[in-house]
Design a protein around this ligand. Structure first.
Ligand code: GLY
Length: 381
């Protein structure tokens, strides 16, 4: 049996001792993607071929992010060279007609900011600052939220921004300018107040009156409905709130992260991979979302880092269970020429877009999680 065949056949008690082999499989997969797609901006892989999405699309940071993690783990110059230009290319979207919005954290943290952290590149630092200013400029003071998107309602805010505000915390620290931190804290408090429900479930969109800042209503967005629990939204929230704790040290954010993680874990079925929404009607037969699984796993590893070993064990163990299951049942390691690591991601089920595909952000959070299990300490988010 080859190492790859063994990964697809392992039992959970073999997972811990297989992490190095999983990492080797990740490297093989990334090397194939480099050969086929190195300058692309991959977003969705259908039938094993990644597309080449426009650079202003919210996912343009994830492929270079994977390359920067591999570079940091291996110090292999090939990864650094291929990752190097992405922030310069994405920066052009600031001065050309484009559609950058609340997701610039997803685009610039895994490109310019990590590039600056790993290499000291001052253009990376400057671009990270530019992106942080852009994100801060989307803050609605009356409602204390970051505005979502550009075309939709001006008073909309979404749970995805929980992950993007790490860019503001980074800028506050790096430039010794607390304005960025004040905005990030205010938005995070709005998430606690209006997005995270009593039971730990989370809604995707909240609509506010952009003049008065008053709450109007919750909306389903990419989830099943206003009262549902879009699984990737849960993942953004639990990981995002853990990050807010990391930057602020305020316990309320860690407890919120735990509460959302507890809901996520309670709602998972036996195979540890969530359906696209935990509250979709008749879950049986509905698509799964492996990107929610990998992002939640990485977020749970982050939560565990900030707890005592006794308290953190639950989250670390469950993250490992999710990663085991992703590796054994949902990975493409046995199909070496397939571009994409995880199968069965769901982009936007209500819109019928990108269902049952490989998603670059699902791949990114899987790679990040495995790197964390191998001891990688430098976080991107
Ligand atoms: N940030 C958009 C999504 O999670 O699909």
């Amino acid at each position: 049996m080859t190492d790859i065949e063994r990964l697809k056949d392992m039992d959970y008690d073999e997972f811990e001792t297989s992490i190095n082999d999983i990492w080797k499989a990740v490297i093989k997969k990334v090397d194939v993607m480099i050969t086929n797609s190195k300058d692309k901006s991959p977003h969705v892989s259908v039938d094993g071929i990644y597309d080449n999405m426009r650079l202003d699309w919210w996912t343009s940071g994830f492929w270079p992010g994977i390359l920067w993690i591999l570079y940091d783990m291996s110090k292999d110059e090939v990864y650094r060279q291929i990752a190097w230009d992405y922030d310069k290319r994405i920066e052009k979207c600031f001065i050309e007609k484009s559609n950058l919005h609340h997701d610039v954290g997803f685009q610039f943290l895994p490109t310019s900011v990590i590039k600056y952290k790993l290499t000291g590149d001052l253009d990376g630092k400057r671009r990270g600052y530019e992106a942080a200013n852009f994100l801060a400029g989307r803050f609605n003071i009356a409602g204390r939220f970051l505005r979502a998107w550009n075309q939709d309602k001006i008073g909309w805010s979404i749970i995805d921004s929980s992950m993007n505000i790490s860019l503001l915390f980074w800028a506050a620290e790096e430039f010794n300018d607390p304005r960025f931190k004040h905005i990030a804290n205010a938005h995070a408090d709005t998430v606690l107040k209006h997005f995270i429900r009593e039971d730990g479930s989370v809604c995707h969109i909240v609509s506010f009156n952009p003049e008065s800042g008053d709450f109007i209503e919750s909306l389903g967005g990419q989830g099943y409905g206003p009262d549902s629990a879009w699984s990737r939204g849960q993942a953004w929230a639990l990981y995002g709130m853990a990050n807010v704790y990391k930057y602020t040290g305020e316990t309320k954010y860690l407890r919120a992260a735990q509460k959302v993680a507890n809901y996520f874990l309670a709602a998972l079925g036996d195979d540890y991979i969530p359906y696209w929404d935990f509250r979709a009607e008749k879950l049986d037969g509905e698509p799964k979302d492996t990107s929610a699984a990998s992002c939640a796993a990485s977020g749970m590893l982050e939560i565990a880092k900030h707890l005592t070993p006794e308290e953190g064990r639950l989250y670390k163990e469950k993250a490992k269970k999710i990663l085991f299951q992703l590796t054994r049942e949902y990975s493409t390691f046995d199909r070496i020429n397939y571009e994409g690591i995880l199968l069965q991601g769901t982009g936007n089920r209500p819109a019928g877009r990108n269902v049952n595909v490989s998603l670059i952000y699902g791949d990114y959070f899987y790679v990040e999680s495995i790197a964390k299990l191998l001891g990688w300490e430098k976080s991107i988010f």
